[in-house]
Design a protein. Sequence first.
Length: 399
Amino acid sequence: MDLVLVGERIRRERERAGLNQRELATRAQLSQPTLTRIENGARSNVTLAELDRLAVALDIPVRLLTSGDPVRQRVQIAARMNEVVEAEREAALRHTLEVLELDARLDKLGARATQQRKPEGLLPLPDQHLPREQQARDLAHRVRAALNLSCAPIADVDELIEQLTGVDTAVLDLPKTADGFTATDPARETTLIAVRACDVPERQRFSFAHELGHLLWDDGAQVHELDDGRTPGEKRADAFARHLLAPEEGIKAWLSNEHFSERGRVYERTAALLARHFRVSFPVILIQLESMALITAEQKKELWGPTGAQLAQRYGWGPAYEQEQEAAQAVRAPRRILERAVEAYRQNLIGVRALAMLEGRRPEEAEAKLREAGIIPNPPNLKRANLSRLVARGLAKDE
């Protein structure tokens, strides 16, 4: 056992749990100098009993300290990043991996409700030789047809993704440089689409739709940097999201209402109401209107500028928009994984810190919410309480 690597894993898990050395040492019944030497790889020996106490204090399996986690080594992640900063990128990846690692741990604990991915090929892809915009439009139409959505606004994009593909979705506390992630564990055949908690609900919905495009085309195996050199795949996913959320047929049907025709000219109010109807950003509607030849490039330039919050105040849905902003800033764990984690917590197989990580809460807050719901862990399984005693007992039987 490489004690330097063990020490690095202990330090990493301690920092992830939000503990300093003194706090972890106290919980693991070690002195702080001893823990310092262990983390620095300066100890010549670390006993199984010490590792077990550290694992219990960190609420993780001992295996994560002795062998590491293979999930980290095999997961493929594609991220929508702005101005990629390595430290922030690593922080975003770490949070996403924590969710996938917990899901993998729950497999080993026998928790029910593993991910049920829909078979690939149920939704045929458009001809790859078609223009990018047409590919995006055709695929968006096929998604809507598969779910019998016609041209109506989509209420919840994340639920649409889960219904169509079977993958998990989440809203996580990611750095501002990260709009969204698609993370796949090929060994377990599970995928998680996560977007950033933010105060712009339209951006959150667009990020979900964008990541769905990458998932359906299976073209997101690398990090995508959002700059002037964006890849064709990024532009195609953007176009897919536009057509999925604000289909041209829906825009035409909405504008056909005489009340909003305004003598054939689309003004700011009309475009703002359209954006509100389809729950997309103002720029997305302007791009769609230009592509449909309903406004000119010059008109689009004149209209461009106001934010969703500004338009909401101008045209009468300010309070409703503020509520949506508040909801969009909340962390939302993957429903399936959270259900599994709650059941494992009830059975006393995992601690409250794992649930707190999923929900973006402090451990004491998560525990209080669980208690209010009548969810209290069963009496502890004593088999894990003293690993060193079990090891000694096993050795005695072999003698």
